[in-house]
Write a protein that binds this ligand. Structure first.
Ligand code: TYD
Length: 144
């Protein structure tokens, strides 16, 4: 399959902030703010200094990642190339859909990285071997 309806897409999102003199509030609703039905939410925190996480891709999963506290950097490789995104504000998020290799680094001590996902946890949706990911990306999107 060359592309087809399989996703390999990454883009940044900026959430609306409801703020007043008491502080700020962000509300996320599926389909409105988040472009999929949210079936799972998980978050990483207490990440030890120097730790890198991720090092995998998903086959079909869509995710939106946001640092609700602190900051980190997500390096991605997907259909359109490689990019790095710094998430450093609760209103700044990264959408990742389908075949996207991701590595997460430079977690601040106070980082809480929340991820909204389009499906429940399934190890069968993971690709954890970079060479397998790279071959699949070439085959699906670049006609190799
Ligand atoms: P993993 O996705 O491999 O995270 P990372 O690539 O950052 O190390 O998840 C780490 C462990 O947590 C792995 O054993 C699977 C488990 N896990 C769940 O049980 N449910 C989940 O929703 C997630 C994201 C992970």
């Amino acid at each position: 399959m060359k592309g087809g309806d399989r996703l390999s897409r990454v883009y940044t999102m900026v959430f609306d902030v409801i703020g007043d003199d008491r502080g700020s509030l962000i509300a996320l609703e599926q389909r409105g703010d988040i472009p999929f039905d949210i079936k799972r939410v998980y978050y990483m925190y207490g990440t030890t200094p120097g730790t890198k996480r991720g090092f995998h891709a998903h086959i079909d999963l869509e995710q939106v990642a946001v640092c609700v506290s602190g900051h980190c950097v997500i390096d991605v490789e997907h259909q359109s190339g490689t990019e790095s995104y710094r998430l450093d504000s609760p209103d700044k998020a990264l959408y990742m859909g389908g075949l996207v290799w991701r590595e997460i680094r430079d977690f601040s001590e106070d980082c809480v990285l929340m991820v909204l996902a389009s499906d429940c946890y399934s190890e069968a949706d993971y690709i954890r071997d970079y060479d397998v990911f790279s071959d699949r990306l070439a085959k699906d999107f670049h006609g190799a």
